[in-house]
Design a protein around this ligand. Structure first.
Ligand code: HEM
Length: 155
C-alpha cells in the first residue's frame, strides 16, 4: 500500500462526489443517510447525541437537526480529504475536532470507531472500490493517530 498523500486526497475526494455537497438540496438526504446508517447499525453511538439517544433511522429522516448535522459531517469529511496533501493543517483540524467534541465526553477509543462506519456508509452509496477503502483507511489512521497523540499529550 504505497499510496502517497496526494493520491489519497484525489481518491477520497472523488469518492465524495456522490454525496452532492455542491448542491445544497441534493446533499441533505445523503447527510441524513449517514446518521440513519450510524444509528441503525451502531445504536450505542447515539448516546452522545443528547435528546436523540433513542432515535430510529425513521426519526433521523424527519429531523431538521440531522439535516443540518448531516451537512456538517459531510463537510468535515470533504475538508479532511482536501487537506490530506497538507498534513500540518490536516492535523490542526483533527485537534480542533477533538477540542470541539470535548463537551460530549466521548471515551477516547470511540475515535477509532468513526472511519469504519464512514467507509461502510460510502459502501451503501456504491462509492467504494478497494482503492477507495485503502485511501480512507489511511486517512482515518492519520486522524486517529493524531487524536490519540493529542489527547495523551494532556489535551
Ligand atoms: C458534532 C459525536 C466523530 C465532526 C457532533 C455532535 C456529537 C458528535 C454528539 C453534536 C451533534 C448533535 O448532538 O446534534 C461524535 C462521535 C464521533 C464523532 C460519537 C465518533 C464516533 C467525528 C469526526 C468528525 C466529526 C471523526 C470529523 C471531523 C463533527 C462536526 C460536528 C460534530 C463537524 C458539528 C459541530 C462542530 O463543528 O463542532 N459529533 N462525533 N465528528 N462532529 Fe462529531
Amino acid at each position: 500500500n504505497k499510496m502517497d498523500n496526494t493520491e489519497v486526497k484525489k481518491i477520497t475526494r472523488k469518492s465524495l462526489e456522490v454525496l452532492r455537497l455542491d448542491d445544497e438540496k441534493a446533499a441533505v438526504p445523503n447527510g441524513k443517510d449517514f446518521y440513519k446508517y450510524m444509528f441503525g447499525h451502531y445504536p450505542q453511538l447515539r448516546t452522545f447525541f443528547k435528546g436523540a439517544e433513542n432515535y430510529t433511522p425513521d426519526q433521523v429522516e424527519t429531523s431538521e437537526r440531522f439535516a443540518k448535522q448531516g451537512i456538517r459531517i459531510m463537510l468535515a469529511m470533504h475538508i479532511l480529504a482536501t487537506l490530506y496533501d497538507d498534513l500540518p493543517t490536516f492535523k490542526a483540524y483533527v485537534r480542533e475536532t477533538i477540542n470541539r467534541h470535548r463537551i460530549f465526553k466521548m471515551p477516547e477509543d470511540l475515535w477509532d470507531a468513526f472511519f469504519p462506519v464512514w467507509i461502510e456508509f460510502l459502501e451503501t452509496k456504491n462509492a467504494v472500490t478497494p482503492e477507495v477503502k485503502n485511501a480512507w483507511t489511511k486517512l482515518g489512521k492519520t486522524f486517529t493517530d493524531e487524536a490519540h497523540r493529542y489527547i495523551h499529550a494532556g489535551n
